[in-house]
Each structure stands twice: as C-alpha cells, then as structure tokens.
Design a protein around this ligand. Structure first.
Ligand code: OOG
Ligand code: NI
Length: 269
C-alpha cells in the first residue's frame, strides 16, 4: 500500500473513533452508490507552535501535495491553506491555524499554558495528523473561557490534532448530484445539518456548493477527572461545478465565504 493510501486509512480510523456518525453517513451513501469518494479533509492547529500551519505544511508536501491557495478569516482569527495532489484520486487538504496573538491576553495565557507543553522536537511525520493533544487536558473552566472567544480554540484545546471532517464528493454520487437532496437524505436518517448561512453554502456561480452535518458529541475528560460532553467532528458534502478557466475540469478550490460557515459545524447546537 502506498504512503498516501495508508495515511488516509489511519486518518479515517481515528476520525471514526471521535465521530461515530461518519461511519453511518458513509454507509448511508455506500448502500446506494457503492464507492463514496472523499473530496477533502480538514485540519486545525495553533499558530506559533511546533505544530503550526507552516510545520504541518512540510508534512503535507512530503505526501506529494502542492499548495493551492490561502485564506483569511478575520472575524474567527484564522488563516488557512489548501493543498492539491497531482493524483486526482487523492483528496484535497484544507489546513487552518488559530492566530492566537489576536485573542485576549486571558485566552492567550490559557492556550500558552498548554501549547508550551508541545515538544520543540515534535517529529514532522504523517502520524502528527491523528496525534490528538500534545498537552494535558485543560480544565472545564479554561475550556469555557476560550470558548467564549473562539469556538475553534476551545475545540482544538480539548481535542488536539485530528481530522476535523471528511467530505463526500457529491459529483461522484450516482444517487443524486444535488446538495439539497443529499442533505435531505442525511436529515431523514436522523442527523442534524449545519444551518449557519443556510443549509447550502455557496452557489453554482461560486462553482462550489457545500453542506455539513453538525459535529457529533462526545464525553471528554477535562482536568481533575471532570467529564463533559462537547462537539467533536462532522461530515461534509461538496458539489463542484465546471471551471470556466479550466476546460473539462471541475473547480478545485475552496471559498472563504463557504468555509467561514462550515467552521461552525463544531458549534454546540
Ligand atoms: C474547516 C472549515 C472549512 C471547507 O471545506 O471550506 C472547510 C474546519 O472546520 O476546520 O472545511
Ligand atoms: Ni471542508
């Protein structure tokens, strides 16, 4: 098995442990469509640490990816890069980081207390992408304090490095090419869908339409043996339209306006 195939197998395995809904959603489409093609995966990390976006990028490039584009999310205090693989069977990657310097002094201090525990010698290997927390569990109170300012920051502080979502390529489904229909089916099966900015993010004119489930919830042990249920990971659906700049190819990029809403799939609902 090649390196990239192995990477996605391990990543999927770790993702299912924290997002059991993904197995069921996958099954829902596998029963009618056979193969479910993954459009992309997404990762989150803390800037200015030994696992910052720039560090993770070296690993992504080592898997054969090329940087595709960059994005800014001013309000959410994030930046991101997307990556594309020369083998078009390989999913794209969307990797973001929290610009911690833009948070309040109080939140910065909490985050630094934990990110200071990340070893400077952290190996930049593919396993990093499902390595979880490189720091002790925060207290529930610290989680709440960061949450008030950055949902992303709280999520990352509690869960660490892992796949945040996999994405069904709606273009590759046989059962339906409509995002609305796909989301309807997901809701009928009992999953809740992200409604931030409407269920469907983007448009044919934007060349990209996306939707997602709301993240699963799991009990996480906070510091002092203190269990609490928090949002974990979700599943996304993407439909791409033909790229006017690239004959016979579907648009392969991401859209800031869509992504801004997709991030909210890990909000507590
Ligand atoms: C990533 C959100 C952005 C997309 O497809 O635009 C995204 C995240 O929630 O970490 O996945
Ligand atoms: Ni996504």
């Amino acid at each position: 098995m090649n390196k990239v195939t192995e990477f996605y197998q391990s990543l999927w395995h770790d993702y299912l442990l924290i997002a059991p809904q993904a197995e069921k959603v996958h099954q829902l489409f596998a029963t009618t469509d056979g193969v479910v093609v993954n459009d992309h995966v997404a990762f989150r990390t803390f800037a200015h640490t030994p696992v910052s976006l720039d560090k993770l990028e070296t690993v992504i490039l080592s898997l054969g990816y090329e940087r595709q584009d960059s994005y800014q999310f001013k309000e959410k205090k994030l930046r991101a890069h997307s990556y594309i693989h020369p083998d078009n069977q390989v999913p794209k990657v969307f990797c973001s980081e929290l610009l911690t310097e833009k948070l309040s002094e109080a939140s910065q201090a909490i985050i630094a207390r934990y990110t200071d525990q990340i070893s400077e010698a952290t190996a930049l290997t593919p396993e990093l992408f499902w390595s979880g927390r490189h720091w002790n569990a925060p207290t529930w109170d610290e989680y709440q304090q960061v949450l008030a300012e950055s949902e992303y920051g709280a999520w990352l502080l509690a869960l660490g490095l892992r796949a945040n979502h996999f994405t069904v390529s709606v273009n590759h489904l046989k059962s339906s090419h409509s995002i609305e229909e796909v989301l309807h089916r997901v809701k009928q099966a009992g999953f809740s869908v992200n409604t931030s900015g409407g269920e469907v993010k983007g448009s044919p004119a934007a060349l990209l339409e996306q939707g997602s489930t709301m993240a699963d919830k799991m009990t996480i042990l906070f510091a002092g043996d203190d269990p609490h249920e928090i949002p974990t990971c979700f599943y996304e659906f993407a439909r791409r339209y033909p790229d006017p700049d690239n004959a016979n190819k579907l648009y392969q990029g991401f859209r800031e306006a869509n992504a801004d809403k997709i991030f909210e799939s890990t909000h507590a609902s």
